[in-house]
Ligand binder design. Structure first.
Ligand SMILES: [Fe+2]
Length: 305
């Protein structure tokens, strides 16, 4: 449908894939799928609970300022206008389940990657659409699945940090994996001295290693980006190890190993499975709540002017 999406996955990039952040070029900016009109239509037509609208402080690490916003009956185009002038971050996750154009795109992306990367075998893939304000930011966090960020419109900066102590503490990634918190982990300003900085503009994608903490700052224009997520057998093992260690810690033990093989690992797999089938996973999970409406936000911005 798009011709070859990724143009420069060469031998060097293949060696780096999964071991270092890899920046590649893609051709998805050549489609009108991401025009204002099409995005407005998507936002308007999709079930409102599937379109997460957030706002946040424009600068500084103020994770508490991250709030969910209700659309207050606004049309898709009005929401796009608010994105352009405001401080919003719209995230439509698993959009492949809502629109066949995105399920086709998701399939083609992973078909290409798996053809070019013989050891890369994925399952549980998904694709999300991000539409965000010129000065929006996403605070320091780590994600559970494997992922890539595809920039379509606007410019953004992503800072990527090591996935080891002190940037990522074992108990914190365990909580993220168990979904008892919403991806928040400890951040200090000086962590930035150890970050890899990647500036992305339309036509660039970035893939990084599992669980590496990151934060994002938009630099210019309304940003339109895609996120792709996937699982591999190794990612699943890491998940089970972190989940099992988190449960052990919860029961008062201090997990000693982060190995993803051997008898202790398989015991954690069993523990994780038992906990999840018991229904306790859902009872302990973080629950999202809406804090503000777009109308209140507009009133607040108006009052501040
Ligand atoms: Fe992320």
């Amino acid at each position: 449908m798009y011709g070859k999406i990724i143009s420069n996955l060469d031998e060097k990039q293949k060696l780096l894939w999964g071991n270092q952040p890899v920046s590649l070029q893609h051709n998805l900016i050549g489609t009108d799928l991401f025009s204002d009109k099409n995005i407005a239509q998507l936002i308007e037509n999709l079930p409102r609970e599937r379109v997460a609208i957030n706002t946040m402080a424009p600068s500084g690490h103020k994770a508490d300022s991250w709030s969910y916003v209700d659309r207050a009956g606004k049309s898709g185009q009005e929401i796009i206008d608010d994105v352009k002038s405001g401080q919003l971050w719209i995230n439509i996750t698993q959009i492949e389940t809502l629109d066949p154009r995105f399920s086709d795109l998701l399939e083609q992306i992973y078909l290409e990657l798996e053809e070019d990367l013989p050891d890369f075998k994925t399952f549980k893939r998904s694709i999300g659409l991000l539409v965000s304000s010129p000065k929006a930011q996403v605070f320091y966090h780590a994600d559970v699945p494997g992922q890539s960020l595809w920039q379509i419109r606007g410019k953004k900066r992503i800072l990527i940090y090591p996935n080891s102590k002190p940037f990522l503490l074992p108990n914190e990634i365990e909580n993220v994996v168990r979904a008892v918190t919403e991806e928040e982990i400890t951040y200090e300003d000086w962590f930035d001295e150890y970050a890899e900085v990647h500036d992305l503009e339309g036509g660039m994608m970035l893939h990084w290693q599992l669980n590496r903490p990151h934060r994002v700052m938009n630099l210019e224009g309304m940003n339109v980006s895609l996120t792709t997520e996937h699982w591999t057998p190794e990612i699943r093992r890491n998940y089970a190890m972190n989940y099992g260690n988190g449960l052990l810690r919860n029961f008062g033990f201090k997990p000693r190993s982060r190995a993803i093989e051997g008898p202790a690992f398989w015991a954690k797999v069993g523990l994780t499975a038992a906990w999840r089938t018991s229904g306790m996973h859902k009872r302990k999970a973080f629950k999202r709540s809406v804090n503000l409406s777009l109308k209140e936000l507009n009133d607040r911005n108006f009052a501040a002017e």
